[in-house]
Design a protein around this ligand. Sequence first.
Ligand code: BES
Ligand code: MN
Ligand code: ZN
Length: 499
Amino acid sequence: MELQQIVGQPLTARVDVLAFTTFGDPDKDSLFKAVDAALGGLLKDCAAGEGFKGTPLQMMAVHTGGKLPAKRVVVVGMGAKSDFSAPNVRDVSATVSNFANRVGATSVGFVLPPVKGELLQLAAEGVLLSVYRFTRYLSSEDAKKPPSVTSFGFFADAKGSKPTAAQAREMAASFERAQVIAKAVNRARDLVNEPAAAMTPTALAAEAEAIAKRHKSITVNVLNAKKCQELKMGMFLAVAQGSDQEPRFIHMVYKPAKKAKKKVALIGKGITFDSGGYSLKPSTAMEDMKIDMSGAAAVISAMDAIGSLGSDCEIHAITPCCENLVSGRAYKLGDVLTSMDGTTVEINNTDAEGRLILGDALTYARTKVEPDEMFDFATLTGACLVALGAYTAGVFSDDDQLSRRWLQAAESAGEDMWRLPLNPRLRESLKSQVADMRNTGDRNGGAITAALFLKTFVGDVPWLHVDLAGPASLSSARPSQPKGGTGFAVATLVEYLTR
Ligand code: BES
Ligand code: MN
Ligand code: ZN
């Protein structure tokens, strides 16, 4: 699909769908009034008849019956101006895109809502994210049909005045960024949606290698079990040992052309299937556990976008990848593991496997990369999902400044994240009688005790942990996001590292 700048007046645009927004009450909107006048009062009648009040994502559509060059007019609600937030912008343009594709339109002209910021880029992303479908395994041709919309245009100016050369360049740059980011998000969605039988640790490594091949600035090193053994990754290998799939510890490096401003390590949980191990999950909880590599998918895909857009940081993407299964070789409750940094860990729950593989990855990053800051992304705890719901990721860090900068990037990128406390008093529940600590604490505060476990391995490197158990995969669709893998965190990573 092409994203386009439209120069000219909305009322004269020859498009299949002309779309615009209203903040609440449409009667106060000047474009609404102008279109209504051109349609002889049809828009107002329709709004009254359908109870259109401009509430968030409320939509109404009318045929123009030849009274305007556009075939249809669509109005989408933005809610109150004071409630405006970036994630909504994607859903607004996605609502228009979904409607246009549903009615088989080929061209759309969208008048951006009058709000400041990186609005055009987010709106453009919304369009590109809305048409994502995971159709690989569907046999009907109908399901695989590409979207009908081939040209999605944004008016350079609601009044129709011609943009300056600088404005036109800025618009083109926003489209370019949106294309790169949406492609990386959609690719992350693919990796997450792919069944575990196909998206194995080896397949994830192949994806990382393919990305490195596309960019001169990116290299990749894939460590096998033997190499991890030499590095004494006792926790990662214990989780991996129950599966016939070989583990892969993937390390990608992006190097900027000029001297790097700082070194950043991104660690992603890559459990390609989480059965829970001997602390076996019930079937319903296991059903969606192919998504347990969403953290790895996010950092690997983000590297692709970073390779295209460039960054002034040296960036290391590190993803420990394996399955957590049951077998004659699987690790057991009561086992005592020795981590890469020498800490001994008693296993009281084999389903708390994410923190084990991440612990060794954090030690690896800290000692081999020596980064200025490190982040980890993991579908780590059901407790985080309980605490924050399906749309918001939990953020944990002792570093206030790092947290602020990260949350600012999330806000600009339109992803919902919320900081939770790393209360040190909860460490009590990780105490063990037989080892330096155990891997699972009490049920209460489960997202926090998991984060406290990770903190053991970060030393004094500034560190931030993102628990994306909720938003990594959705069970109900939203306009810019069909059910399933979301590619969550890719947009924030790109925002944080390339701007
Ligand atoms: N991968 C799961 C967490 C998860 C749950 C992700 C739901 C996405 C949706 C993780 O490995 C896990 O099993 N965590 C346990 C921890 C517990 C044993 C302390 C959990 O949340 O139940
Ligand atoms: Mn688990
Ligand atoms: Zn898991």
